[in-house]
Design a protein around this ligand. Sequence first.
Ligand SMILES: Nc1ncnc2c1ncn2[C@@H]1O[C@H](COP(=O)(O)OP(=O)(O)OP(=O)(O)O)[C@@H](O)[C@H]1O
Length: 266
Amino acid sequence: MPHTTSRHALELHEVVKRHGHGDAVVTALDRVTMSIPRGTFTAVMGPSGSGKSTLLHCAAGLDRPTSGSVVLDGHELSDLDETALTRLRRDRMGFIFQSFNLVPTLTVAQNVALPLEFAGRQPDERAVRALLARLGLAERADHRPAELSGGQQQRVAIARAVLSRPAVVFADEPTGALDTQAARDVLGILREAVTLTQQTIVMVTHDPVAASYADTVVFFADGRIVDTMSRPNPEAVAARMARLSAPDRSAGPADAAPGRRDGGLR
Ligand SMILES: Nc1ncnc2c1ncn2[C@@H]1O[C@H](COP(=O)(O)OP(=O)(O)OP(=O)(O)O)[C@@H](O)[C@H]1O
């Protein structure tokens, strides 16, 4: 049973993930500790290779940490075998990808109901249609994904991810394939899911505007959390990213600014 008394939907403690062996070993996550309160929107940012995808994979139980603990909705993931992990992902996690990942042969409504079908639960047709209507897709319920714009397809993917009220929705670059207006619509909907229905969202993004829709931005570099920012705005996020992405992060005038405590970056 989920530990619904926990204030946190997701907790990582001293998580280390190494890829490869011997001389080729890469430390993708280096003692990462973070707690995500329920009903919050967290953006994860960092330069390419800083460990964002590895974090998402470990948090969602798609990859096993080398050491450390991941607790999702009260479940310590290392205690679970593959079957139990699959069930937990199916029942308590939602996923939104850059590429939408809709099933082309199913209608919009069938796509949204699919995770519940897989879970052996009877999808409530009216709830599916009400959710689609809230997302501006009432007229599209019986269409196939190919008949929809990219922004509409991503809204279907959001509906599919949130319908079962999962403990955490993981979003990986959800606006990466969208134009500016469609991206804003999608981010507004994610924001609403947090504000209006207390959904918990963890989103990896490279886009400071996307990150500014979150409550908190967590910045990664070299597999470590090097900074966090509450109530982010795009300019501040972009400035922090520029410093992290500079060729020599251990020197230069920008490092005199707050956040310098991460100066030991390799
Ligand atoms: N399966 C793997 N085998 C070996 N090294 C890996 C593997 N997966 C990731 N890595 C390495 O781990 C580090 C972190 O990778 P990760 O994909 O988590 O970074 P990221 O921040 O998501 O990058 P990007 O923004 O480019 O997607 C990188 O150095 C990467 O090369």
